[in-house]
Design a protein around this ligand. Structure first.
Ligand SMILES: [Zn+2]
Length: 213
């Protein structure tokens, strides 16, 4: 009698968990939550992104172009860049309910090979905020054949420049919820070499995007 009760309780608990857990999805190139659901903005697009005052004016056309590339693929505006007014205040990315691109003049010494980083905050399977940091301490940037900025760290000033549009295009992919994807020519490949003009989405990026947007 006691034994039967024990089994019955376990069965009940197991059924309960199964009933409550959302269905696991194909990742489709997206970051997933603990339930295996793709994390994205769902219908809450376009994502409005502000530019911190640290972002040089000369980079705005490149940022605009990266947003336009995602929009062309989605068939609608998906990231809306607010060029004015600029986001003011300290160079301190944090969770504040606003999506901001920061041009960082200081970067963790043990992560100096990182060209940029995107922090994504989500609840359930819905992204609520994303911030992009660009590593201006260790990298120089160019666009359309022109060097726009040189690295802030004196010992890195002569480093080969990185295409700022290609970098922002990649980080915007993270903003949308995409994870790294190496191979297939994806813009979400982990590394971007200096001088690589990777400013067009690959077929795999288009396919990923269409899973959520
Ligand atoms: Zn990345």
């Amino acid at each position: 009698m006691v034994k039967w009760l024990g089994i019955s309780l376990i069965l009940t608990v197991a059924l309960f968990v199964q009933a409550c857990a959302p269905k696991s999805q194909d990742d489709c190139g997206f970051v997933q939550n603990v339930y295996g659901e793709r994390i994205s903005w769902k219908s809450d697009v376009p994502v409005t992104m502000y530019l911190h005052e640290s972002v040089p004016d000369s980079m705005i056309p490149a940022i605009r172009s990266a947003a336009a590339t995602w929009a062309r693929t989605a068939g609608r505006d998906i990231i809306k860049i607010v060029e004015y007014p600029r986001e003011m205040g300290p160079l301190n990315p944090h969770k504040d309910g606003r999506n901001v691109i920061y041009f960082m003049n200081a970067w963790e010494a043990n992560r100096a090979s990182e060209q940029g980083r995107t922090s994504v905050y989500w609840i359930g399977d819905l992204i609520k905020e994303a911030d992009i940091r660009l590593n201006a301490a260790d990298f120089s940037f160019y666009w359309n054949g022109n060097t726009l900025t040189t690295a802030a760290k004196s010992e890195r000033k002569s480093s080969s420049p990185v295409n700022i549009e290609a970098l922002v295009l990649h980080e915007m992919g993270h903003v949308l919820g995409l994870k790294h994807k190496d191979g297939s020519g994806s813009v979400m490949a982990t590394y971007l070499s200096s001088g690589d003009d990777r400013v067009n989405l690959a077929g795999t990026d288009t396919a990923s995007l269409q899973c959520e947007y």
